[in-house]
Design a protein around this ligand. Structure first.
Ligand code: SAH
Length: 454
C-alpha cells in the first residue's frame, strides 16, 4: 500500500527537482511529483494520481517559498506546455541545469569526477526563439492561438509568448483577431474541418529577415491576397510568405506541398561569420545566440590547428560542420535526412567552402564505410538526437580511435551512458560545458571533450 491515496491533501517538503522541472517530495519514501514546486519549499498539495512506485500531486499553496522562487511573467505559464521553470530565478535555472548534468554523469555514467563547468547562460533569457510554430483553433466561439497545454492538444490561448520574437507575437495576435472577419476558419482536429492549422514564424537573428508559413488543410485558401497583405502590415520586415498544405489527420505540422505566396522562398541568417539559407522546412537551431556559444565551445574543444580532418556526425544542415570548416583541413558531415544534406551542401557553397563533403545516410553505416575507404578523422564531433549515439557508431569510434571526440548532447542521460562506453574503451572525458539553449524550459544541452588516453 502507498502511504498516500488519491485525493489526499497534505503538507510536504520539496526535496528535489526532476530533470523535467517538477518538484519531488517523499512521503515515507514514496515520491510525489508536484509541478510548480521548488526544492526547499513547504507546500500544501492534493494527490491526483498514485502509481505503484510514485504519484502525482497538484500544488495548492506554498507555505514556505524557496529564495529562488520568482513570479512567472507569462500569463499562461501554469497551463502551457512550452516552459517548465519560469518560476525559478534564472540563476536558479542555471544551477539546476548544471546539477542535472553532474547527476547524470555521476549516477548513470559512473563519472563523478568529470569537471562540469557552470552553465553558460544568456544575458537576457527571453525572446530568444527564432522559430515559433503556433497552432490555431476555436475555443468557445473564438479563435485561439498559442502553444499546447502540457501533455495535451488543447491550445493555451495567449496574446503573447515571451520566449518567441516580437514579430511572432504580432503575427499571432493580428491573425487571431482578424481571421474570422476574413472568412477563414481555424482548423478543428476532431472534425478535420476548417482551414488554418499552424502559423510558423521564423526570423534570422543577424539579418532581421522574417518568414511566415501558413499551414493550411487545403491548397485552396480564401483571401490569400488579403492575408498576405495583413501579414506585411503587421510586420514590415517580412521577406517571405509561404503556404504549406497538410491535409492529413496528423500531429505532424507540415504537409508535403509548399508554395511561396509572396516574396522569396527562403530567408538568410548568420551564425558567427557563416551564412545560412533557411527555407520553410529547414532544420535550424532555435536559439541562434546560444548556438554560437555552443559551437564556439565545440570548436574550442576540437582544438584545430588547420591540418586536421574532422567528421561531423548527425550534422543536420551542416551548421557545426561549416563552423569547423573555417579552421580544419577538411570536414565530412553525415546526416540521415537527405533534405538537410541538400541544405548543408548549398550552405557550404553559399559560404565558398571547398573543404567540406556531405553525405546523407545513417552515421553508423556511413562513417565505418568512410574509414574503410581510407577517409580517417583526427577529430570526431557528434551531435545526436535525444536517444544518443548508435552503438555501432560508438564501436567504430573505439576501433578507429580518433584522438579527440567532441560530444554535443541534448540529453544528459544518454550523454552519460555513451561517455561510459567511450571511457571503458580508452577515452577520458576531460571536461563538460553545459550551454543554456532553452531558458525557462527544462531542456539541457552540453558539450563534452574526450581525449584518447595513450
Ligand atoms: N548538428 C546539427 C543537428 C543536430 S540534431 C545542428 O547543430 O544543427 C540531430 C540530427 O541527427 C538531426 O538532424 C537528425 O535528423 C539526425 N539523425 C538522427 N538519427 C541519425 C542517424 N542514425 N544518422 C545520422 N543522422 C541522424
Amino acid at each position: 500500500m502507498h502511504p498516500v491515496r488519491k485525493n489526499d491533501q497534505l503538507t510536504v517538503r520539496i526535496e528535489d527537482l526532476t530533470h523535467e522541472g517538477a518538484g519531488v517530495a517523499k512521503v515515507e519514501g514514496y515520491p510525489l511529483f508536484i509541478q510548480g514546486a521548488l526544492p526547499g519549499e513547504e507546500a500544501e498539495v492534493h494527490v491526483v494520481k498514485t502509481l505503484k512506485s510514485y504519484g502525482f500531486a497538484k500544488l495548492l499553496e506554498i507555505k514556505q517559498a524557496s529564495p529562488d522562487r520568482v513570479t512567472a511573467p507569462c500569463p499562461v505559464f501554469d497551463i502551457c506546455g512550452g516552459c517548465q521553470i519560469q518560476h525559478l530565478s534564472y540563476e536558479g535555472q542555471l544551477a539546476f541545469k548544471k546539477k542535472v548534468v553532474s547527476d547524470a554523469l555521476a549516477r548513470l555514467g559512473k563519472l563523478p569526477d568529470v569537471p562540469v563547468l557552470p552553465v553558460k547562460g544568456m544575458e537576457n533569457p527571453w525572446r530568444y526563439r527564432n522559430k515559433s510554430q503556433i497552432p490555431f483553433g476555436m475555443q468557445d466561439g473564438e479563435v485561439a492561438a498559442g502553444f499546447y497545454r502540457t501533455r495535451s492538444h488543447v491550445i493555451a490561448d495567449t496574446d503573447t509568448c515571451i520566449i518567441q520574437s516580437e514579430e511572432a507575437d504580432r503575427i499571432m495576435r493580428g491573425l487571431k483577431h482578424r481571421l474570422l472577419s476574413m472568412g477563414i476558419e481555424p482548423y478543428d482536429e476532431k472534425t478535420h474541418t476548417g482551414q488554418l492549422r499552424h502559423v510558423v514564424v521564423r526570423k534570422g537573428r543577424a539579418t532581421g529577415e522574417v518568414m511566415v508559413v501558413l499551414v493550411t488543410r487545403k491548397k485552396n485558401l480564401p483571401q490569400k491576397e488579403r492575408i498576405s497583405q495583413l501579414i506585411r502590415e503587421l510586420v514590415p520586415a517580412v521577406k517571405s510568405i509561404v503556404q504549406n498544405v497538410n491535409n492529413e489527420k496528423t500531429n505532424v505540422i507540415f504537409g508535403k506541398e509548399t508554395l511561396t505566396l509572396w516574396g522569396t522562398d527562403a530567408i538568410e541568417d548568420r551564425i558567427g561569420d557563416v551564412r545560412f539559407e533557411i527555407s520553410a522546412r529547414s532544420f535550424y537551431q532555435v536559439n541562434p545566440d546560444q548556438t554560437e556559444v555552443l559551437y564556439r565551445q565545440a570548436l574550442e574543444y576540437a582544438q584545430l590547428k588547420g591540418d586536421e580532418t574532422v567528421i561531423d556526425a548527425y550534422c543536420g544542415i551542416g551548421t557545426i560542420s561549416l563552423f569547423l570548416a573555417q579552421q580544419a583541413k577538411a570536414v565530412m558531415g553525415v546526416e540521415i535526412v537527405p533534405q538537410a544534406i541538400e541544405d548543408a551542401k548549398r550552405n557550404a557553397q553559399l559560404n565558398g567552402f571547398t573543404n567540406t563533403l556531405f553525405e546523407a545516410g545513417p552515421a553508423e553505416e556511413v562513417i565505418p564505410r568512410w574509414y574503410k575507404e581510407g577517409r580517417k578523422a583526427d577529430v570526431l564531433v557528434v551531435d545526436p538526437p535525444r536517444k544518443g549515439c548508435d552503438s555501432h557508431l560508438l564501436n567504430t569510434i573505439l576501433e578507429q580511435r580518433p584522438e579527440r571526440v567532441v560530444y554535443v548532447s541534448c540529453s544528459p542521460a544518454t550523454l552519460a551512458r555513451d561517455l561510459r562506453i567511450l571511457e571503458d574503451g580508452g577515452y577520458r572525458t576531460k571536461e563538460v560545458q553545459p550551454v543554456d539553449m532553452f531558458p525557462q524550459t527544462a531542456h539541457v544541452e552540453a558539450v563534452a571533450w574526450l581525449q584518447l588516453e595513450e
